[in-house]
Ligand binder design. Structure first.
Ligand SMILES: Cc1ncc(COP(=O)(O)O)c(C=O)c1O
Length: 383
């Protein structure tokens, strides 16, 4: 029997489950005739701030711009250094450079795949102005030791929560510290129908600065008290995101449940399943396994109709665009091994258990049919 193809993500299926509400939200915006920074953005900022347990949220043009503006508002600029990890979306590093600063990398903890706080101190110099921990795949980075190191030296921490809407650390939703940013890129756990981003913060003055920067530094219309840029969330995105936000907790719960099913079904295969850190609750933006046989497994799944992706195939310090940062191969062994072995499986709230079972059965089949010489790889994957 021909098995149905399993896409990596199925946004049309998500839309089908809420078509009327989305269509009504779009019609509301279009009929009102206000498209940039209007009532939908304002309402969504309030609703999303409450979701994060923070008093302030500022809607922006994208996650990259949210990070850039957060750095800018934090006073990061030319000659400064900003610490982050090499296994993030290029966007994190692009934003650091947009702010005029130099990215400095720290290797990852091989259990969480997030910044290893024990390596932070060694990367700090007198120029270090900020640290950007990335809550990769929807699991929190270890924030308390990170904030501890930063606070002692007056360094700002801006959390990259682009993949972690609703994830918690020590019982609190992210961002755990004073400032974090989100992306509403369409594939995120909370995604719009175009680009969008947000800065979320405890600090009123910081929120105010970001809101000025997003519109030419205006403190009142057509009056630039500061230099700024154009990075505004639009009304259509905000209206769509408001509809989706109402479902986000339920979607995240469903992702956790399906991830648990993957965990159980894959536990007898040689792959390394994602480790759930005891300090928080992840939201499984991605379900990422590790295997030295990743390439062959990916091809096998593709032949059988299962789409997978790699997040991310190249650590940033080894890409040509960042060669002038002068990190060579071997600079960050954990991040480099991670990039060689990770594979993201389909996971979304609309997926059925049967589909997860189908993917897992194929992975079991793949390892069963691997030749004798490949058995060695299985042993290596368990380490
Ligand atoms: C970890 C991380 N940081 C930053 C971004 C940038 O967000 P955007 O694509 O909205 O600019 C993304 C998303 O692509 C991301 O995954």
């Amino acid at each position: 029997m021909q098995r149905a193809r399993i896409p990596f993500l199925d946004l049309p299926r998500q839309y089908a489950g809420m078509r009327e509400e989305i269509d009504a939200a779009l019609a509301r915006v279009i009929s009102r005739g206000r498209f940039i920074l209007g009532p939908e953005v304002e309402a969504f900022e309030g609703e999303f701030a409450a979701f994060c347990g923070k008093p302030y949220a500022i809607g922006l043009g994208s996650g990259t711009e949210a990070l850039h503006l957060a750095l800018w508002a934090a006073g990061v600029g030319q000659g400064d250094e900003v610490i982050t990890v090499p296994n993030t979306a290029v966007a994190t590093v692009a934003a650091i450079e947009l702010a005029g600063a130099r990215p400095v990398f720290v290797d990852i903890d091989p259990r969480s795949y997030n910044l290893d706080p024990s390596l932070l101190q060694a990367a700090i110099t007198p120029r270090t102005k900020a640290i950007i921990p990335v809550h990769l795949y929807g699991q929190a980075a270890d924030m308390e030791p990170t904030l501890g190191v930063a606070a002692k030296q007056g360094i700002k921490v801006i959390e990259d929560c682009a993949q972690a809407h609703g994830a918690t650390y020590k019982g609190k939703p992210l961002p755990f510290g004073e400032v974090g940013m989100f992306s509403f890129y369409p594939t995120k756990n909370l995604g719009g129908y175009g680009d969008g981003g947000m800065v979320v913060t405890d600090k009123k003055d910081f929120a105010e600065r970001v809101s000025w920067l997003r519109e030419y530094g205006w403190t009142e219309r057509y009056f630039s008290q500061y230099r700024g840029t154009n990075s505004r969330l639009d009304e259509i995105q905000a209206a769509v995101l408001r509809v989706k936000l109402q479902r986000l907790r339920q979607w995240n719960e469903r992702r956790r449940s399906l991830a648990g099913l993957y965990d159980r079904l894959l536990s007898k295969t040689p792959v390394t399943i994602p480790m759930r850190m005891e300090y928080g609750e992840p939201v499984y933006h991605l379900y990422v396994l590790r295997s030295p046989a990743r390439g062959k497994l990916k091809n096998f799944l593709k032949e059988k109709g299962v789409d997978t992706l790699i997040h991310y195939p190249y650590p940033i310090h080894l890409m040509p665009a960042y060669a002038d940062l002068a990190y060579g191969e071997g600079s960050f062994p954990q991040a480099e091994a991670h990039a060689r072995e990770v594979l993201s499986l389909p996971l979304y709230a609309e997926m059925g258990e049967k589909e997860v079972e189908q993917v897992a059965e194929l992975i079991v089949e793949f390892f069963q049919t691997l030749g004798k010489s490949e058995t060695k790889i299985k042993g290596a994957a368990r380490r």
